[in-house]
Design a protein around this ligand. Structure first.
Ligand SMILES: [Zn+2]
Length: 451
């Protein structure tokens, strides 16, 4: 059964399409999960199976999150990890994360996704790299299916424990052969290469300081055999650079170049300390960057040279990063922080509001190697968000409703449509009971942290 959905009378439809059209009094006509028409309300069909009146709303493509660790929602604001830099922060939290269970992965993933969906995100990547007590990537994929979010699930891993010079405790690392075997299993079970896919799988050893050179190399071979994405953390802070130079005798950019971890199918989180050679390498090879400004500020990692990367033609997307180093999963707010942080580092012209939104939509889509999401046009997936311009945060900001999303305090979305399905309707999630979800999440968080 084909069904149609019409979003009509929007104050503004910001398409982010190739002409960067911003249509006042706009409408969008959707058939099943695909956009069929975008234009002036008067020029589009007036009826559909379902019609949503978007009067006083600004409508735009759903934001795309390129880096997260959703399980960390259980360990936000843990007192001992509040004021540390990356390595100390990790060493404080690893033992707590060792108590994760499959239910905790499922519930925290749903919780993180609920927060993302309400904040304007319709597609998210997640990087799960810790698998104690029978946890599997299946637990988070099931959560995405329940809540109705488009999902890039990355099979993370750690294989070098403390006794071998790595950062994680020995009991939390996995055997490398087992990692590769399970990664192959989840690709074969869940990865959908088709256009408009709701589930894709990526191969994602955690970081150069928690896996071996051999695993990095084998992971790349496996990903290319199956034509799936490759993801890891890179050049996050000064200690990360020092580790790379001491352990491998190379900068992070030289290390990934040496291992074949560059190309259109690869994206690296952070890259705060990526040097000019790295920027040139990433630009030349089409390698993507997941920029995570809140986490970089929270852990005092530094200011990523995003202006420089964009000018050099590097693919840059936005990520909220794990919930224990942000500790907010608000995508529109993250785009705001991206703009503000570039200005702190490089001046008031370093990033505009529209550039921040472009990074969070088209930029993120290119980083995830997708050509079916990130802008509104016929043939694109129907992933669409709408904010009510009558919210208090926008009062007085309607001179430029689109820029107001970034300059002002943005509330939760009033509507979110994912793959043609209304997942947030008048500000409420339609797929899960948010009250029950948060209450179970908080019970599990207490059990995990207090033992
Ligand atoms: Zn991360």
């Amino acid at each position: 059964m084909m069904s149609t959905l019409l979003l009509k009378n929007a104050e503004l439809v910001a398409t982010f399409d190739n002409e960067q059209r911003e249509i006042s009094q706009g409408s969008i006509f959707i058939r099943d999960n695909v956009i069929e028409q975008v234009g002036k309300t008067n020029d589009l069909p007036q009826e559909a199976d379902q019609v949503i009146d978007m009067t006083d709303h600004v409508v735009l493509p759903g934001l795309i999150n390129t880096h997260h660790h959703m399980y960390q929602s259980l360990t936000r604001a843990v007192p001992l990890a509040q004021d540390a830099e990356l390595f100390t922060w990790l060493q404080t939290l690893y033992p707590i994360w060792g108590g994760l269970t499959p239910e905790m992965i499922n519930v925290s993933t749903q919780t993180a996704m609920a927060e993302l969906l309400l904040s304007g995100c319709t597609t998210s990547s997640d990087h799960l790299y810790i698998y104690p007590n029978g946890c599997t990537l299946d637990d988070s994929i099931e959560a995405a299916e329940t809540i109705g979010m488009r999902f890039h699930a990355c099979r993370g891993s750690m294989s070098v424990g403390e006794s071998d010079g790595g950062l994680p405790p020995d009991h939390l690392v996995e055997n490398e052969a087992a990692i590769l075997k399970d990664t192959q299993r989840v690709i074969e079970s869940y990865h959908d290469a088709n256009r408009h896919a709701m589930t894709r799988v990526g191969v994602a050893p955690c970081s150069p300081f928690s896996v071996s050179r051999e695993l990095m190399r084998d992971a790349a071979l496996l990903a290319r055999e199956y034509k799936v994405g490759l993801h890891t953390h890179l050049a996050e802070n000064a200690n990360d650079i020092a580790y790379s130079k001491e352990k491998f005798g190379m900068t992070p950019a030289e290390y990934v170049d040496d291992l074949g971890w560059v190309g259109e199918d690869v994206w690296h989180a952070h890259c705060v300390q990526l040097d000019d050679h790295g920027i040139e390498l990433f630009s030349r090879t089409g390698t993507g960057v997941a920029h995570c400004p809140c986490s970089n500020m929270r852990l005092a990692s530094g200011i990523a040279p995003i202006r420089k990367m964009l000018d050099a033609g590097v693919k840059v997307g936005l990520g909220v990063d794990g919930s224990a180093s942000n500790d907010s999963g608000h995508m529109m707010s993250e785009a705001r922080q991206a703009m503000l942080l570039q200005r702190v580092g490089f001046g008031p012209a370093a990033m505009t509001a529209r550039e921040a939104l472009t990074v969070a939509t088209r930029g993120s889509a290119s980083v995830l190697n997708r050509d079916d999401i990130g802008y509104l046009a016929p043939g694109m997936s129907a992933d669409i968000i709408a904010y009510d311009l009558n919210a208090i945060g926008f009062a007085g900001g309607l001179h430029d409703p689109l820029a107001a999303l970034i300059f002002c305090a943005t509330p939760t979305v009033n509507y979110s449509i994912v793959n043609g399905k209304v997942v947030v309707d008048e500000g409420r999630l339609t797929t899960v009971d948010l009250g029950l979800l948060v209450s179970r999440h908080n019970e599990l968080a207490k059990i995990l942290v207090n033992g």
